[in-house]
Design a binder for this molecule. Structure first.
Ligand code: CXF
Ligand code: ZN
Length: 372
């Protein structure tokens, strides 16, 4: 039996998202039907809308979904109807990266997340009787219902029952990306300085995580003074506007150099300047989406001589459920107050939410599809 839902269809940059009825396929053995309560909006959704990533259009996007399980496929053992769940990216589970619990670097990332269909090529969604590209990040959660997979669906332990799903939703992408870069990838050491370039969701999550790690000082750099003020409330000890010689100010503050420079902007000049601030053994972590044609230039002697590292990081090196649960425990303990970043919008306000995000008025927009 097919299931019907309402989904926001993305037809590209020059079209608003439109919410239309769709049909979801019958569940494959590893799949989970989720009634979506909320879904965060991430820059990657907008990069697909703008045809910057190889995802077919039109498509149903949304990859920070949270909701309640409605049904499970015949092979699913980890979830059951009624469970509260949050979804994240998908992965194959049997490649050299998945074998060592590094699924953000899954060798089969594209077919499981960006092909618009299941990895075997079959569609999970139809629209007006024709296949519709979906299964985005193994979910397509800009919808009232979504088909997810056992590998990318995290059943929330009961101790998180007091955190509403419309708060938890963005933990599966932007928040884990910033926090994981600091805690998992760069493994920021207590007492060493960090500068975070870009105070969006990923940068703010990195700042909160740097505070958890005991980094000091924690320097936020952005062009938006409101965001810099929020960064200071969330853990930054210093905040510099990029327009006011932030690089010079960092040099003056930390003359020995930075232990960590973390770029979320994807801007070549910012990354190269950030790298130039590193102390010996320093790490420059890179997560920002950059122009595919860009190349970076670093001084070879400083690179080798100081044992410095340039580290590309995807999804905060998250290993799925264990890391997301660790972050939610930090939240409950008051050390990861990501709720401060969120503003809610009704599902039908999806275009207004995107506009507010692109204008810099909201850090993390979260759409509400239904009450919990
Ligand atoms: C992704 C990139 C690949 C791993 C998970 C997170 N970012 C999405 O916006
Ligand atoms: Zn994302």
């Amino acid at each position: 039996m097919t299931t019907t839902a309402n989904a926001a269809i993305c037809r590209g940059h020059d079209h608003p998202f439109t919410i239309e009825p769709v049909e979801l396929a019958e569940l494959a053995p590893d799949e989970i039907l989720v009634r979506i309560v909320a879904c965060g909006i991430c820059h990657t959704d907008l990069a697909v809308r703008d045809a910057q990533l190889p995802v077919p259009l039109p498509v149903v996007l949304g990859h920070e979904g949270a909701g309640i399980v409605e049904a499970v496929g015949s092979g699913v053992t980890s979830a059951k109807p009624g469970d509260r769940v949050v979804m994240s990216f998908n992965s194959c589970g049997h490649c050299p990266s998945c074998d060592v619990d590094a699924p953000t670097y899954c060798y089969n990332f594209f077919p499981h997340n960006w092909s618009g269909s299941r990895a075997d090529g079959t569609p999970t969604m139809h629209h007006n009787g024709a296949p519709m590209a979906a299964n985005f990040f193994g979910q397509s959660a800009f919808a009232t219902k979504a088909i997810a997979h056992e590998r990318n669906t995290i059943v929330l332990p009961e101790r998180f029952n007091s955190i509403p799903l419309d708060m938890i939703a963005p933990i599966g992408c932007g928040l884990m990306t910033g926090a994981g870069a600091v805690l998992n990838a760069m493994q920021v050491r207590e007492g060493l300085p960090i500068a975070v370039f870009g105070a969006g969701t990923v940068g703010m999550a990195a700042i909160m995580a740097a505070k958890i790690a005991g980094s000091s000082p924690i320097i936020a750099v952005d062009v938006n003074d409101d965001r810099l003020a929020l960064a200071k409330e969330l853990g930054a000890t210093h905040a510099f506007n990029a327009k006011d010689d932030a690089i010079g100010q960092i040099k003056a503050l930390v003359p020995q150099g930075l232990g960590y420079a973390f770029d979320t902007t994807g801007i070549n000049k910012v990354i190269e300047d950030a790298w130039g601030l590193l102390a010996p053994k320093g790490i420059c972590g890179i997560v920002g989406a950059s122009d595919p044609a860009d190349n970076l230039t670093f001084n070879e002697a400083a690179f080798m001589g100081g044992g410095r590292t340039v580290m590309g990081i995807l999804g905060g090196n998250s290993d799925g459920a264990p890391f997301l649960i660790e972050l939610l425990d930090h939240h409950v303990a008051g050390n990861f107050p990501f709720d401060r970043l969120i503003r809610h919008f009704d599902f039908h306000e999806i275009n207004e939410a995107i506009e507010a995000s692109e204008a810099g008025h909201v850090v993390k927009p979260v759409l509400r599809m239904a009450a919990e």
